[in-house]
Design a protein around this ligand. Structure first.
Ligand SMILES: Cc1ncc(COP(=O)(O)O)c(C=O)c1O
Length: 366
């Protein structure tokens, strides 16, 4: 007698709460762990601190949820291919999920894409990849908008699925990210403060929408680099629209001066009774190392900005010790190793005969 097989449906566990799709292209994304950060929480005066590890998705970032939804919709619509822009994570996710559906893609990546993000995309092999100047760390609002326009027109002209991970371009695909909130709601998180690393505003909007759908009363905070904070600064009332001219931050993935979902995210954040907080690049790198050293969680700098923002809000009194706080740790640190390489000391190479002495000298420091 055949055993009943159980297998992961990924985000389609929530099929009833997502746009209908017959394809359900999944790599088992989602259902990511939410874990308490006891040591770190006590260290910064927030004993109820948690992290949702989106780094444990199949390609290492939350974008897998969006790719699962987007590629499924592309297949349902009979598209012959997809097109998108990416700082690296979305491109990897789209390439992986599209391979499962046999759909080729065209991908515009930022010129300064970290090697660790580019190589998996090339290895997955289904996308024609172009580095295009004008977006990413040397980009400005005008060139960024014009590149988005070109990609959108190409999608229309050639009948491609527009896979850009922003509501403005791919609202139905972004619904995949709403499942982060469904999972937090199912895990009992209500009345907590959820910190979201934010660039274009798509993720923060999806998280707010997911909580709203569930009538879950979590407050959502956008965490942005101080050198590129159009949404946070707009929420703080420092600028009168969620857009700036140029970015000055090294944090890959969060370099969008004119965020496509800026207005949408700001509206959602206000309705959730949340706010925007900024952190300096150095504070973000320091938070990346704190997460590694105190909790064994290795994330990329873009993810660690959530912790940097929490630390700043604890210092300025916005967060109280009694608050339950959740960090959305959007992607693994293996995707961007520059910040680590800059601060670590490479290991010495020694002869096997010298090994006992080396171990002995290490034990003297214990
Ligand atoms: C790791 C990581 N975190 C957060 C974000 C921000 O998402 P959004 O642009 O939707 O605000 C990105 C976007 O690329 C990202 O790669």
């Amino acid at each position: 007698m055949a055993n009943k097989l159980t297998y992961s449906k990924g985000i389609f566990h929530y099929a009833d709460e997502l746009p209908h799709t017959g394809s359900q292209i999944s790599l088992g994304e989602g259902n990511t762990p939410t874990i308490p950060l006891k040591r770190l929480g006590e260290h910064i005066g927030l004993p109820n601190l948690y992290a949702k590890l989106e780094s444990s998705n199949p390609t290492g970032s939350y974008k897998d949820r969006v790719a699962a939804m987007s590629i499924s919709l592309a297949v349902d619509a009979g598209k012959l291919g997809w097109i998108a822009t990416s700082s690296g994570n979305a491109g990897t996710s789209l390439a992986a999920y599209a391979n499962r559906a046999g759909l080729p893609g065209f991908l515009v990546v930022v010129p300064n894409i970290p090697r660790e993000k580019l190589l998996p995309i090339l290895g997955l092999g289904n996308a024609r990849v172009m580095k295009v100047s004008g977006i990413g760390d040397k980009g400005d609002a005008k060139s960024e908008t014009s590149i988005f326009d070109t990609v959108q027109s190409a999608a229309d002209k050639y009948g491609l699925y527009l896979g850009v991970t922003a509501h403005k371009f791919n609202d139905q695909g972004m619904r995949g990210a709403d499942t982060i909130s469904y999972e937090l709601d199912d895990a009992g998180f209500d009345q907590s403060v959820v910190y979201v690393p934010t660039g274009g505003g798509g993720l923060a909007s999806a998280i707010c929408r997911g909580f709203k759908t569930r009538n879950s009363k979590n407050r959502v905070v956008v965490a942005q680099p101080a050198g590129c904070s159009p949404i946070a600064s707009y929420l703080q009332g420092d600028i009168n629209q969620p857009a700036i001219t140029n970015c000055d931050t090294k944090i890959s993935g969060l370099q969008l001066p004119s965020p496509p979902d800026g207005g949408l995210a700001a509206d959602y954040i206000r309705k959730s009774d949340g706010w925007g907080t900024t952190a300096l690049d150095d504070e973000t790198f320091a938070s990346q190392h704190l997460l590694s050293r105190m909790e064994g969680i290795f994330v990329e700098p873009a993810s660690a900005i959530s912790l940097a923002a929490v630390i700043n809000d604890r210092k300025n009194g916005r967060l109280k010790p009694s608050d339950t706080v959740v960090l959305i740790l959007t992607a693994t640190g293996i995707k961007d190793l520059n910040s680590v390489e800059e601060i670590v000391t490479p290991p010495n190479k020694i002869d096997a005969n010298d090994l006992p002495k080396a171990i002995n000298s290490w034990t003297l420091d214990l």
